[in-house]
Design a protein around this ligand. Structure first.
Ligand code: ZN
Length: 431
C-alpha cells in the first residue's frame, strides 16, 4: 500500500470497527480478500508451506498466519494486538422508562474509559446478537452495527452544579446512562425490536446479545499540517491495522518463519477469557500449525525457542499540558516513531535483548524509535506481552505508537507514527 493511502485506509478501518466483534469482522474480510481461508479448531488440519489461513475465536479474536518455508521447527514471527476498547455494554432488561415517556438504557462500564468524554455526543450501538437455531448448543451469531446515531448521554447543566469544573465525581450507574427516546409508549423490549428490524429477523429469535455503545464520530485527520489523527479506539485498533497491513503487504514474500497476526480480545479487562491473551488460545493454534505439517511436540518447543513476538499496544506520547507526569529523561513525542515500552518490574516483556532486536528492525526499515518508561511515582498500565509469556515462553518486545488521551472516546495519534509502525512491522514480516 502506498504511504499516502495508509492513513486513509486506517480511517476506513476504524469507522468500520466500532467494537471488538466488528473489528474482527473487518480484519476477516480483509484476510479473505487477500486469499486467506478460515480454519476451524474442531477440524483436522493439514498445512503446507505458503498456506494463508486464519482462525476466529468467539467472533472477537482472530489469528492469521502464513505457513513458513522452513521446517516445522522453524520459529514464528508474531505481531499481537487487541480488538477491544473501553466502552459501555448494554445490560439485559436494559430499558428504563422515565418521566414523559423518555427511555434510557441500563449499561455497564467495560474496561477503563475516561467517562466524561462520553457525554453530549451522538452514540450508537454495535456488537453481536445470538439468534435461535435448530441446535441449542449452536445459536447463530450475527454482528450488528447501527450506523445512525441512536443515543446520547446528556450532561447535567452547569446551572445545577456550579462546581462542575472543579472536579466532578461520576457514578457509572447514575450519571452515565444514555437516553434513546423522548416519547415511547412501550419501552420494554425496545432494543430487541430495534435489533430485529436491523437484522430483519423475528424479535423472538433473539436469545441474547453482546451490544456496546460507540461514538458515531468518524476518524479524522487534524492539524495545520494534517499530521494528527483523532478517533475512538486507536488503542488498540491502530496497532491491529498496522499488523494486518504489514502482513498483507508481505504475504507474497517467502519467509522461513511462519508469520502470525494475533488479535486478542478482552485486554482492557485483564485478558482472562478464552479469547484473551491469558488463555492458551495462541499456544493451541501454534501447536496445531506444527502438527498439521507433520511436526512433533519437540518441533513445537524448538519453534517457540526460535520465535520472536512484537506485542503491539499503544504507548503514551508526552502531553504538552502535563510534561511533569512523564519520565524525566524519556519523552516519546507524537511523530517521533514507535515506542519500545520498558518496565523494571516486568509489566512489559521487553528486555535489552528484545529491545535491541526491535531497534534493529526499525533501523533497517528507516524508522525512528523511541522509549516509553513510566515516571517512577506513576503506576502504568499493563498489556499483552507479559500475560502471553506466562502461557508461551516467547522472546519478544512490548511496543506501540504513542497516543494522547488513551481511553478517551476520542484519542489522538500521529499519522507519521502510524506509517512508521507499518514500515517496521513490514520489515519484521519480510524477514
Ligand atoms: Zn491497549
Amino acid at each position: 500500500m502506498k504511504e499516502e493511502n495508509i492513513i486513509k485506509d486506517l480511517c476506513e478501518f476504524m469507522d468500520a470497527s466500532p467494537v471488538n466483534f466488528l473489528a474482527v469482522d473487518t480484519v476477516c474480510g480483509r484476510l479473505r480478500d487477500a486469499g486467506f481461508e478460515e480454519l476451524d479448531m474442531r477440524a483436522e488440519w493439514s498445512l503446507k508451506s505458503g498456506d494463508h489461513r486464519y482462525v476466529v475465536k468467539n467472533g472477537s479474536a482472530v489469528f492469521a498466519f502464513i505457513v513458513g518455508e522452513g521446517a516445522p521447527s522453524a520459529g514464528f514471527h508474531i505481531i499481537s494486538a487487541h480488538s477491544d476498547s473501553p466502552c459501555f455494554r448494554i445490560k439485559p432488561h436494559c430499558e428504563i422508562a422515565c418521566e414523559g415517556g423518555a427511555v434510557k438504557l441500563n449499561t455497564e462500564v467495560y474496561g477503563g474509559p475516561i467517562l466524561y468524554t462520553w457525554f453530549d455526543r451522538p452514540l450508537s450501538i454495535a456488537g453481536r446478537v445470538m439468534l435461535r437455531s435448530d441446535n441449542p448448543l449452536q445459536p447463530e451469531a450475527r454482528t450488528v452495527m447501527f450506523r445512525r446515531p441512536l443515543l446520547v448521554i446528556p450532561h447535567l447543566a452547569i446551572h445545577f452544579n456550579r462546581a462542575v469544573n472543579e472536579g466532578n465525581k461520576l457514578s457509572k450507574q447514575k450519571d452515565m446512562l444514555p437516553v434513546i427516546a423522548l416519547d415511547c409508549k412501550e419501552s420494554k423490549g425496545m432494543i430487541r425490536k430495534l435489533v430485529a428490524e436491523e437484522l430483519d429477523v423475528e424479535p423472538d429469535r433473539i436469545i441474547d446479545y453482546d451490544l456496546s455503545l460507540y461514538s458515531t464520530a468518524k476518524a479524522q485527520v487534524v492539524g495545520a499540517d494534517e499530521d494528527m489523527l483523532c478517533s475512538g479506539r486507536l488503542d488498540d485498533l491502530s496497532m491491529v491495522h498496522a499488523g494486518m497491513t504489514a502482513l498483507l503487504a508481505e504475504a507474497d514474500v517467502k519467509s522461513q518463519n511462519t508469520r502470525v497476526l494475533a488479535v486478542f480480545d478482552n485486554e482492557e479487562t485483564g485478558s482472562g477469557t478464552k479469547q484473551g491473551a491469558a488463555s492458551p488460545v495462541l499456544e493451541h493454534i501454534l501447536r496445531s500449525v506444527i502438527y498439521a505439517r507433520g511436526g512433533s511436540e519437540r518441533d513445537f518447543m524448538r519453534a517457540v525457542a526460535d520465535s520472536f513476538m512484537i506485542s503491539a499496544d499503544n504507548a503514551h506520547g508526552v502531553h504538552p499540558n502535563y510534561v511533569e507526569k512523564y519520565d524525566p529523561t524519556n519523552h516519546p513525542v507524537l511523530g517521533g516513531g514507535p515506542c519500545i515500552k520498558v518496565n523494571a518490574n516486568c509489566k512489559y516483556m521487553t528486555d535489552a535483548d528484545s529491545a535491541a532486536v526491535f531497534a534493529e528492525i526499525c533501523r533497517r526499515a528507516g524508522v525512528p524509535v523511541q522509549y516509553f518508561v513510566n515516571h517512577s511515582d506513576v503506576a502504568g498500565g499493563s498489556t499483552l506481552g507479559n500475560i502471553l509469556t506466562s502461557q508461551i515462553p516467547l522472546r519478544g518486545v512490548d511496543m506501540g505508537a504513542p497516543l494522547w488521551a488513551m481511553h478517551s472516546c476520542c484519542e489522538t495519534a500521529s499519522c507519521a507514527d502510524h506509517i512508521y509502525t507499518v514500515k517496521a512491522f513490514a520489515e519484521f514480516f519480510g524477514m
